[in-house]
Design a protein around this ligand. Structure first.
Ligand code: GLC
Ligand code: CA
Length: 560
């Protein structure tokens, strides 16, 4: 077996290299004051739980003042907390209490756009010569009065909204209540940097940067993502704000390739710590109709994408690892089996992901195997994207059934139903009817029962998180794919020095017989993780049970 010299990243270790991040969607996490909406006090009350899980970073989805058109991704004051979540004092308390648990809080930096109720925008709208006019992107109508171009918003309808008062259109890539900021304006850069420093001074651990790939756009050339100004802007931001602070910064990018990811995350370029990219997710969407018309999961294609990223960022750059977040369906429903093999498949997915190189992100409820929800009535959904697209596509001729199938599979509310804490009314999330209906399966799937079962998905995650701290090979080891064309098994090896870890995951609900290559036959090892009986040695072939998964720390020295 080959040996490996010390890797460049091992030479330049960062605290976040072996961190595991837990994402909290505040309105759905825990409702302490029983008004039906999660809040900061609720999060504080669950820090012991998160500590027990073992995570050391919380990514907090937005808690800033907001009219909540897009559940807080439309911010009307970056330096105030939305009253449904609490107060600035409670935010300071959360930062301090989390620190006592060795958990740092990273805030969601949503600066591609603001809310239309932000002071900057209400000023900007007032007149063409208002000092804030150029904070946003305004254009004159075309000769016939129509929008400057046909850009379509991600949330449906035109990306241009006419303002009768000044006779111009403003640009918004998301809802019309989310006008895009004009990043060509140095004044915008300056106020955003000041705001970021204000938060950093309060002791936060960094930022998750919402749709950051869009800030370098060139509207008139119709360039939206990865515009020419993107990386210079990030370098300026780094210099002006977090550059000399030891924080975690992660950029959301739906458009990155491994080459682009290195631009963001090569430490020498002084931009961000890591990217959060979606290529393994977007391959499950229809190339034309997008996520509303899902396509079958193709494991071989998925493995190609994972390998491309693992190998592409082998020595330079850093990636995030995730199955789901607040915009995506629940992992076990999408990639595993939410029914008979829910527990096995949830554990398998966790193992498959956590042994890869990069920083694992766990989305609230994933650690207990929460599943997608299937409301029959469109009225039971709350998400602006779901509701707008439903309306738009029905008007264009899609059927209710087709749309509901897409929503059940990929709609964002799948991830946003309230967290299941126990089997009492409202799953222990609140004493009042929650803002979004619960998933009815909370009696079976909840934190309390997970904590009472030593064999639960929760403890599987707890173990994986600890393993990453104990085994450098999980953090810095190189990656080699195995069985690349196998349609049911995702397997790979990680190696660092003399240490090798073999990870085998059966992605199917069938037993699979896997003939092993000679190089693996007869090897013995320590079983680091498994979801059936532990395996400690390899024969000529493996009989894998449905969704079976294991990781073996190979005893290489004995082989050499
Ligand atoms: C990001 C967020 C998503 C939000 C959008 C606009 O993709 O994750 O929830 O709707 O940006 O801010
Ligand atoms: Ca509340």
């Amino acid at each position: 077996m080959k040996t490996h010299s010390i890797t460049p990243q091992q030479q330049d270790k960062k605290w976040w290299h072996d961190a595991v991040v837990y994402q909290i969607y505040p309105r759905s996490f825990m409702d302490e004051n029983n008004d039906g909406m999660g809040d900061l006090a609720g999060i504080i009350s669950k820090l012991d739980y998160l500590k027990k899980l073992g995570i050391n970073v919380i990514w907090l989805s937005p808690v800033f003042k907001s009219p909540m058109d897009d559940n807080g991704y439309d911010i009307s004051d970056y330096q105030a907390i939305s009253s449904e979540f609490g107060t600035l004092e409670e935010m300071d308390k959360l930062i301090a209490e989390a620190a006592k648990h060795n958990i740092s809080i990273i805030m969601d930096l949503v600066v591609n756009h603001t809310s239309d109720e932000h002071y900057w925008f209400t000023e900007s709208k007032k007149s063409i010569d208002n000092p804030y006019r150029d904070y946003y992107i305004w254009r004159k109508p075309q000769a016939d009065g129509s929008a400057p171009n046909d850009f379509h918003s991600y949330f449906g309808g035109s990306g241009w909204e006419f303002d009768a008062n000044t006779g111009e259109y403003y640009f918004h890539q998301f809802s019309k209540k989310q006008p895009d900021l004009n990043w060509d304006n140095p004044e915008v850069q300056k106020v955003v940097h000041e705001m970021m420093n204000w938060w950093l001074d309060r002791g936060i651990g960094g930022f998750r940067m919402d749709v950051i790939d869009l800030i370098g756009k060139e509207i008139d050339n119709q360039v939206m993502s990865n515009g020419p100004r993107l990386h210079p802007l990030l370098q300026e931001m780094n210099k002006a704000t977090f550059g000399d602070r030891d924080v975690l910064t992660v950029g959301e990018s739906w458009s990155a390739t491994p080459e682009i990811a290195k631009l963001y995350s090569d430490p020498a370029r002084e931009e961000l710590s890591m990217v959060f990219q979606f290529e393994h997710i977007t391959i499950t969407f229809d190339p034309v109709e997008g996520k509303w018309k899902p396509r079958a999961f193709d494991l071989v294609e998925f493995k190609q994408v994972i390998s491309k990223w693992q190998i592409g960022l082998a020595d330079c750059g850093w990636n995030s690892l995730f199955w789901n977040n607040h915009d995506l369906p629940r992992a076990v429903s999408k990639y595993g089996d939410p029914g008979r093999y829910r527990v096995q498949s949830a554990k398998m997915l966790a193992t498959a992901l956590h042994f890869l190189k990069g920083s694992p992100y766990i989305y609230q409820g994933e650690e207990i195997g929460m599943t997608n929800v299937q409301f029959d009535a469109i009225e039971d959904y709350q998400d602006i994207e779901t509701l707008n697209l439903y309306k738009e596509r029905i008007a264009e001729g899609s059927s209710h059934e087709e749309m509901m199938a897409g929503i059940h599979e990929n709609g964002r509310d799948n991830a946003r139903t309230p967290m299941h804490w126990n089997n009492t009314a409202n799953a222990g999330f609140s004493k009042t009817k929650p803002w979004l209906k619960l998933n009815p399966n909370y009696a079976e799937i909840n934190v309390e029962s997970a904590l009472n079962d030593p064999d639960s998905i929760f403890y599987h995650y707890q173990k994986l998180i600890q393993l990453r701290k104990d085994h450098e090979v999980m953090v810095y080891g190189d990656y080699s794919p195995l069985f690349e064309l196998h349609t049911q098994v995702f397997a790979y090896q990680r190696g660092l020095g003399n240490t090798q870890v073999l990870v085998i995951n059966n992605f199917s609900n069938e037993s699979v017989q896997l003939a092993l290559p000679e190089s693996l036959q007869g090897l013995k090892g320590q079983c680091l993780s498994s979801n059936y009986e532990q395996r400690t040695e390899l024969t000529d072939a493996l009989d894998l049970a449905p969704y079976e998964s294991f990781a073996l720390l190979l005893k290489c020295n004995e082989q050499e």
